[in-house]
Design a protein around this ligand. Sequence first.
Ligand code: G3H
Ligand code: 13P
Ligand code: ZN
Length: 311
Amino acid sequence: MPIVTSKEMFKKAYDGGYAIGAFNVNNMEIIQGITEAAKEVGAPLILQVSAGARKYAKHVYLMKLIEAAEADTGLPICVHLDHGEDFEVCKSCIDGGFTSVMIDGSKHAFLENIRLTRQVVEYAHDRGVVVEGELGKLAGIEDDVNVSDEDSSFTQPDEVEEFVTKTGVDSLAIAIGTSHGAYKFKPGQKPRLRFDILEEIQRRLPGFPIVLHGASSVIPELVEIINHNGGAMPDAIGIPEEMLRQAAKMAVCKINIDSDLRLAMTAGIRQYLAKNPAEFDPRKYLTPARDNIRALVKNKIVNVLGSDGKA
Ligand code: G3H
Ligand code: 13P
Ligand code: ZN
């Protein structure tokens, strides 16, 4: 199975009421942990690479590692640019073998977002690559926005048809209350997503794949392990798994997860080094880190995304 686009994956996911996991990758252990888990349960995968990941590991290393994972597992894998901020980075990833790119024009005004996204779509589609666009802004609790600001940062359903038609994007990331990182809600605040907005978008764009960023659940057990082994993340809160299951049954076909992978890896390393303070062989502490990622991803696929057996 070669590296593929997400086109077929999304069609099947939409019709089947499940979602594809889009996991951020930065190094070999993360790629192995994710792909070995997906192989065990027969799940299609999107491996996504941010600008920061390309800077850290270099594009060519990540591409070759993903090709190795594809050869090792035989899984359908889509290689995706996460949060491309301009045309140049999208072009560089398309020219460098990615099968999918995100152009994140959400910080621009509506018309400029359309213009930029359209420019990327034209270049990508001519080369068989698919494109994710974004409408609406993901807020973080650190932004300390008031309620009316928060409302205006959510995706406006009355803009989605024009955006999708004029840009030609293949999928759309929306803002309904998720946010990036491990601190998604204030302590004591009840996690809430705007399913009414998602429902309205689905009504206006029937059959069209929607993407949820900032979808880590910030698994409490992992935070606890980190905090018991020298860490300090007291107020980390994520998206409840039940909400992700609900979104996956609706139009959400791609669920982005990075922070949970970071927590799994860090918990494995901290726990190992706390028990073995004299150890200095990276293979020793990276083995439990990779094991934790494998277990986390398997659980996401089977118990949250529902993409097991769909490869
Ligand atoms: O949405 C952002 C992803 O978690 C990637 O984070 O830019 O630190 O690689 P990064
Ligand atoms: P999390 O920080 O919730 O894992 O979100 C990741 C993401 O949206 C990557 O684009
Ligand atoms: Zn994101």
